[in-house]
Design a protein around this ligand. Structure first.
Ligand SMILES: C[S@@+](CC[C@H](N)C(=O)[O-])C[C@H]1O[C@@H](n2cnc3c(N)ncnc32)[C@H](O)[C@@H]1O
Length: 414
C-alpha cells in the first residue's frame, strides 16, 4: 500500500513543535503582532528575538493562515492547525456541516450511517464536520503532514474520541470495498485533490484519487458523497447518482455527487443565503425550456440552476421562456420575485450594433452601464468603456443571442 508522499524537510517537526505549549504561545504572540499591523519583516524580527530563529517562521505562518481562515472557520480558526495548501483545499466548514448532516441522516427506509471514511482528509475540515454531526470518522490520507494536521485539529476541537487518523490509499480502500462499506465504515466522503502545481486539473482522470476511484466508490458505497469540480460534465454522472450544485452570492461554491443510497433526485440546485438553503430539484431530466420572444422582463438564472440543468424547472415556476434555445436567459411578462433568478425590466431590444446602441443610450441620458453577456464574444469591460458617456442615468445592457441573432437588451438597473 502506498502510504506516504514527500513532505518538506522539517514541516512535520515544525507542526509538532507548534502543538507544544511553547509553540501555542509563539503562534498566539504572532497573532497579536499581526493584529497590531506588524509587517512581515518587523513581526518576524520581533518573533525571532522572542522565540528563536527556527520557530519564528512557522509561528508567523500559522498565525497568518489562521487570520485568513477566520471569516469561514470562525472561532475554530484561532486554534486550527493549517498549511497554505490544506487551507486552499479546504471547503467551507458550513458546507461541510450541511453535507455531513445529509450523509448521516436516517433515510426514508430507516438506514442510518454512524461511521464514515474521510478518504483524503487534508487538514480535516470534513472529518471535523462529520465528527460534530455525530459520526465516528476514519480519516485517511497519503500525506503524513495532512494526517498530523487532522489529528491535531481533532484534538484541539475535542473530537479525538471520535476520530481515527490512518495512513492509506483511497484507491486501494475503494477497490477493497465490500458490502457497501469502505474500510469498515458505513459511509464515505471523497474529496479528490483537483489541483497540482497551483493549477486546476480540468481532466477528472488526473485528479487524485482519479475519476475511476470516484466511479468505483459511487458504484460500491451507496452512502457516499464525492466533491467534484463545478464544471463536471453531466455525462460523467452515473445513473441513479444525484448531482448537486451549490451556490452562494452568485457563484458556485461546490458540486457534489451523492451515492445511490443518499440520492433523492436526478439533479439538485442549492442556494445558500446565510443560514437558509433553498433547493430546486428534478426527479428526471426535465429537458430544455421552451423559447419565445423577449417580453417585458429578463431573468438571469442562478449559476446552480444553470449548472444543474434545471433552467426549465425555474422557467416553469416563473411562466417564462428562453430568449434563445441555446442561451440561459429567461423572459416573462412579470417580475419574478424569485431567489433563483435576477430580474431586469427590459426597456429596449435592438439588433447588436455598437453605434446604434451608443446613440440610444445618449438619447436616454444613460452614462453608466453594467454589461452582462451570454452567447456573445464581446468583452464586457471593453463595452462598458465604449458605452460610458456624460449622462447621469444608468442601465444594464445585456448582449446575447435572441432567436439566433446578436441582440442588445437595454434594461433598468433596479
Ligand atoms: C482536496 S483535499 C481534501 C480536503 C478536505 N476534504 C478538506 O475539506 O479539508 C484532497 C486530499 O486527498 C489526499 N489524497 C490524494 N490522493 C489520495 C489517495 N490516493 N489516497 C488518500 N489520500 C489522497 C491529498 O493528500 C489531500 O490531502
Amino acid at each position: 500500500m502506498r502510504q506516504s508522499v514527500p513532505v518538506p524537510d522539517d514541516a512535520l517537526a515544525q507542526l509538532r513543535w507548534l502543538r507544544t505549549p511553547e509553540g501555542a504561545a509563539a503562534a498566539a504572540r504572532a497573532a497579536v503582532l499581526l493584529a497590531e499591523g506588524s509587517d512581515l519583516l518587523t513581526g518576524l524580527a520581533r518573533l525571532r528575538a522572542e522565540v528563536g530563529p527556527e520557530h519564528a517562521g512557522p509561528a508567523w505562518e500559522l498565525a497568518r493562515l489562521r487570520a485568513r481562515a477566520r471569516p469561514a472557520f470562525g472561532a475554530d480558526a484561532d486554534v486550527l492547525f493549517l498549511t497554505a495548501d490544506t487551507l486552499e483545499q479546504a471547503g467551507r466548514p458550513a458546507l461541510a456541516a450541511r453535507r455531513a448532516r445529509r450523509l448521516l441522516a436516517d433515510t426514508a427506509d430507516g438506514w442510518g450511517v454512524d461511521s464514515v471514511a474521510d478518504l483524503g482528509c487534508a487538514s480535516g475540515t470534513d472529518t471535523v464536520a462529520l465528527a460534530r454531526a455525530g459520526a465516528r470518522v476514519l480519516a485517511v490520507d497519503l500525506d503524513p503532514l495532512a494526517r498530523e494536521l487532522t489529528a491535531a485539529n481533532a484534538e484541539v476541537l475535542g473530537l479525538s474520541d471520535q476520530v481515527w487518523v490512518v495512513a492509506g490509499d483511497a484507491v486501494e480502500l475503494v477497490d477493497a470495498a465490500r458490502g457497501g462499506e469502505v474500510a469498515g465504515c458505513a459511509g464515505a466522503v471523497l474529496d479528490p485533490a483537483r489541483r497540482a502545481g497551483g493549477r486546476r486539473l480540468l481532466d477528472p482522470d488526473r485528479w487524485s484519487p482519479p475519476w475511476s476511484t470516484v466511479a468505483a466508490l459511487l458504484d460500491r458505497a451507496p452512502h457516499a458523497v464525492v466533491k467534484v469540480a463545478p464544471g463536471l460534465d453531466h455525462d460523467r454522472v452515473p445513473t441513479g447518482v444525484e448531482a448537486e450544485w451549490v451556490s452562494a452570492g452568485g457563484s458556485i461554491v461546490e458540486a457534489l455527487l451523492w451515492g445511490r443510497g443518499r440520492s433523492t433526485a436526478w439533479r439538485r440546485a442549492s442556494l445558500v443565503r446565510g443560514d437558509e438553503v433553498l433547493e430546486l430539484t428534478a426527479d428526471a431530466d426535465p429537458g430544455p425550456a421552451p423559447a419565445g420572444p423577449v417580453r417585458g422582463w429578463l431573468h438571469e438564472p442562478d449559476p446552480a440552476v444553470i449548472r444543474s440543468g434545471l433552467v426549465s424547472v425555474a422557467a416553469a415556476e416563473l411562466d417564462a421562456t428562453l430568449v434563445d434555445p441555446t442561451i440561459a436567459y429567461l423572459t416573462s411578462d412579470a417580475p419574478a420575485g424569485s431567489a433563483w433568478v435576477s430580474s431586469y425590466r427590459v426597456d429596449e431590444v435592438l439588433p447588436f450594433n455598437l453605434k446604434k446602441l451608443k446613440a440610444l443610450l445618449r438619447t436616454r441620458g444613460v452614462g453608466r452601464v453594467v454589461v452582462k453577456k451570454r452567447g456573445s464574444p464581446i468583452e464586457p469591460e471593453a463595452l462598458v468603456r465604449q458605452l460610458r458617456g456624460p449622462g447621469a442615468g444608468s442601465a444594464v445592457v445585456v448582449v446575447t443571442r435572441v432567436a439566433g441573432a446578436p441582440t442588445a437588451l437595454v434594461c433598468d438597473l433596479t
